[in-house]
Write a protein that binds this ligand. Structure first.
Ligand SMILES: C=CC1=C(C)c2cc3[nH]c(cc4nc(cc5[nH]c(cc1n2)c(C)c5CCC(=O)O)C(CCC(=O)O)=C4C)c(C)c3C=C
Ligand SMILES: [Fe+2]
Length: 412
C-alpha cells in the first residue's frame, strides 16, 4: 500500500499549501511577501482533524489510487482524443496531467492555476490515476503496443449497457477526502485536456468520510452491507502478483494494473422489501457487522462447507460471497475499490443509485471476467442489480519525479 503521511498542526504540508495559495492569488511569495505568508500560516488555528493534511505521494512504482484506501469523494472521467490529436499531443497531455497531479497530491498549487477552488484545503489524500482504453492505441498509431489483456470484455446476460457512458480513449480516476479538493483536481484535468481530448463521460461517487465512524472500519455500500472485507490485502504474499503486472515483465505495462469500471445500479426499492434474514442470505454475511453466516466475526475466514442447524449450507449455494470467492473461480481475484453514487431519481421514482465498481487486477482475463461470468449465472444478488455501463483500461505503472505517466508507452 502506498504510504500515507499525516502532518499535524502547523505542518510543512500546510505551509506549502499556504505558500502555494498565496502564489495563486497573485501575491509575491519570497522576500517580505514570503515571510508574511509564513507568519499568517503560523497564526492560523490548528485544523480540527488531520483529514485535510494527509498526503498520498503521486510518484512511485505503482500509480497512486490503486492500493490506497478509497477516499470519501471520487470522480471517474473518460475522454476521447480530439480528431487530429496524435501520439505527440497525447504525450504532451500526459506530461501536463502528471505534473498537475503531482503538485496537487503534494498540496502545492500547480503553475498557472487561478481557479482558487481549494485554496484553503490541504491535499486531503488526493490521488489522480491515469489509464488508456483500447481505442487509444489505434488513434495514436500504437496498435502494436496494445496489450492482449485489453481485449473487449465479453457481454453478460444481465448487462443493460449504455455505450455513451462506457469505454473511452483515456481514463482518469480522482479521489480525495474533501469534495472541493476532488473537484479542483477534476476541473484542472478537464481544463488541461484543452484541444487534445474531450470528456466522453463522467461519474461522481462517494464513500464514508474518514472519522465519521467511532473506529476505523470497512465501509458500507448503499444496500447497507459492509463491503470490501475479503479484498486482497497489500500484506498478502500474492497481492502484487494478483493486482500488478510484474515489474520484470519488460514491457511498458510493468508495474501497472487493469481497471474494470462498471456503473452498477442497485434496485434499492426491491432490495429494501426483503427481510433482514433474506438480505443476509443473498450476500452470505450478517448486515450488522459483516460476519460470515458460517460464524465468527467480520474477519473470520469464510467456511463454504459449513452446514447449519437446519441441515442446509450455512452460506447458500447462490450467496454472493460463495459465487464470487476465489475458491469458486480457480483462484481468480481482484481488488475492489469502489465509490457509491446517487444521481437523483428515475422516471418511476426509484433512486438512480448504486456502485461505481472499480476492480483492479494484473489481468482481467484472470480476474473480473471469470468471476463475473460465474456471478452472471448463479448470483442471488444479481436480481437486485443492473450493470449500466462498462469500461476496461490499461493503467501503466507509476513514474519517477522527472517522468510522466505513460512515458514508456508514448516514447518507448
Ligand atoms: C465481478 C465481480 C464482482 C461484482 C460485479 C460485484 C458486485 C457487487 N458486490 C456487492 C457487495 C458485496 N460483495 C462482496 C464480496 C465480494 N464481491 C466480489 C466480486 C464482485 N462483486 C468478490 C470477489 C467478493 C469477495 C468474495 C470472498 O472472497 O469472500 C461482499 C461481502 C464483503 C466483502 O468481502 O467485500 C459484499 C457485501 C455489491 C453491492 C455489488 C454490486 C453493486
Ligand atoms: Fe461483490
Amino acid at each position: 500500500m502506498t504510504e500515507q503521511t499525516e502532518k499535524n498542526g502547523m505542518s510543512r504540508r500546510r505551509l506549502l499549501g499556504t505558500a502555494g495559495a498565496a502564489g495563486a492569488a497573485g501575491l509575491v511569495v519570497g522576500g517580505a511577501g514570503g515571510a508574511f505568508a509564513t507568519q499568517a500560516a503560523r497564526d492560523r488555528p490548528a485544523p480540527l482533524t488531520g483529514v485535510g493534511t494527509r498526503t498520498v505521494p503521486f510518484h512511485g512504482k505503482h500509480q497512486a489510487g490503486i492500493a490506497d484506501p478509497a477516499q470519501a469523494c471520487g470522480h471517474l472521467l473518460a475522454l476521447d482524443l480530439a480528431p487530429g490529436a496524435d501520439r505527440k499531443a497525447a504525450a504532451a497531455l500526459l506530461r501536463r496531467w502528471s505534473a498537475t497531479a503531482a503538485d496537487l497530491a503534494a498540496g502545492d498549487v500547480p503553475k498557472g492555476d487561478d481557479t482558487g477552488v481549494a485554496l484553503d484545503a490541504g491535499p486531503s489524500s488526493l490521488t489522480v490515476t491515469f489509464g488508456f482504453g483500447r481505442t487509444f492505441f489505434d488513434r495514436t498509431g500504437l496498435a502494436d503496443k496494445r496489450p492482449a489483456a485489453l481485449e473487449p470484455l465479453p457481454s453478460f446476460t444481465a448487462d443493460a449497457l449504455d455505450a455513451k457512458r462506457g469505454d473511452g480513449d483515456l481514463w482518469v480516476q480522482i479521489g480525495a477526502d474533501d469534495p472541493l479538493v476532488a473537484f479542483h483536481a477534476l476541473r484542472l484535468i478537464q481544463k488541461q485536456a484543452g484541444d487534445t481530448a474531450r470528456t466522453r463521460w463522467q461519474m461522481n461517487g462517494f464513500n464514508r468520510t474518514p472519522g465519521a465512524t467511532g473506529k476505523p472500519m470497512t465501509g458500507r455500500n448503499l444496500m447497507g452491507q459492509i463491503d470490501g472485507t475479503n479484498n486482497p490485502k497489500p500484506s498478502d504474499s500474492d497481492f502484487d502478483a494478483r493486482i500488478f503486472v510484474p515489474e520484470d515483465s519488460g514491457d511498458w505495462m510493468a508495474g501497472g494494473s487493469y481497471a474494470v469500471v462498471r456503473r452498477i445500479r442497485m434496485l434499492l426499492d426491491s432490495w429494501d422489501h426483503l427481510s433482514l434474514e433474506r438480505q443476509e442470505k443473498v450476500i452470505g454475511r450478517r448486515k450488522s457487522d459483516g460476519a460470515p453466516l458460517s460464524g465468527g466475526t467480520e474477519t473470520t475466514p469464510v467456511d463454504l462447507n459449513k452446514i447449519g442447524e437446519d441441515g442446509s449450507l450455512a452460506i447458500a449455494g447462490d450467496a454472493h460471497i460463495r459465487v464470487a470467492a476465489p475458491e469458486s473461480n480457480r483462484g481468480a481475484a481482484m481488488l475492489r475499490r469502489a465509490f457509491s453514487y446517487h444521481d437523483g431519481f428515475l422516471d418511476d421514482g426509484s433512486p438512480d443509485a448504486g456502485l461505481l465498481f472499480v476492480a483492479w487486477q494484473a489481468d482481467p482475463r484472470r480476474g473480473f471476467v471469470p468471476v463475473q461470468r460465474k456471478l452472471d449465472r448463479g448470483d442471488g444478488l444479481s436480481r437486485f442489480l443492473r450493470h449500466e455501463s462498462s469500461a476496461l483500461f490499461a493503467v501503466p505503472g507509476g513514474c519517477a519525479q522527472d517522468e510522466y505517466v505513460g512515458q514508456r508507452l508514448l516514447e518507448g
